[in-house]
Design a protein around this ligand. Sequence first.
Ligand code: SF4
Length: 234
Amino acid sequence: MRIDADIVAELKQAGENASDVLRVALTRLRGRIALVSSFGAESAVMLALAAEIDPAVPVLFLETGQHFPETLAYRHELARVLGLSDVRDLHPNPEQLEKRDPTAELWAFDPDACCALRKVEPLDEAMIPFDAWITGRKRTQAATRQGLPVIEDAPGGKIKLNPLIAWTPRELDAEMTRRNLPRHPLTLRGYPSIGCAPCTRPVGEGADPRAGRWAGKAKTECGIHMRKPASQGA
Ligand code: SF4
């Protein structure tokens, strides 16, 4: 692992307190850590907590070319309101895009390949200079996320941090209200979880928030969190 044991120990000491985890991570790993954000329905809280500690933290946004216009506008609004000075838009490789998805319809017949091209590969490349990354995942989001810890090993000897892992939708909502954070406009139109436009549907009141993601397909994750560190096998 590239991260010194004393830093890992400090991160563990922070437990599941999001602000404490972020404070240790963004100060002890400054220049070595990035925050990955979808600028989706629940992204504002993490971005606000991080901005309080280090508004210059690199924030990586996967600009797949398939987002709702509302998401792109929200990405700029949140960056401005929170004073985030280093939000980076990660685009798919143009040559690969032309070769593998010239009509931008890959999502319809092979969404895993589309996510690999538009999300996994650009993020892998952008993460090369970093040793650690912060995600916004929560245990309540999906069955596949229920056992997640705050600190995970990631491929390449890196670590992944999930500071908001224990937060519930209700707590996030209350924090957004308390901080008067801007809301993603689509949350008011029935989208509790927001990804690329072709793969996101509104869901009914009380339904699983992620039911509108890749609706009708077996897919539940985009793939950026699916790869295991070498020690756990491929
Ligand atoms: S979420 Fe849909 S459109 Fe976006 S990269 Fe994945 S398959 Fe493609």
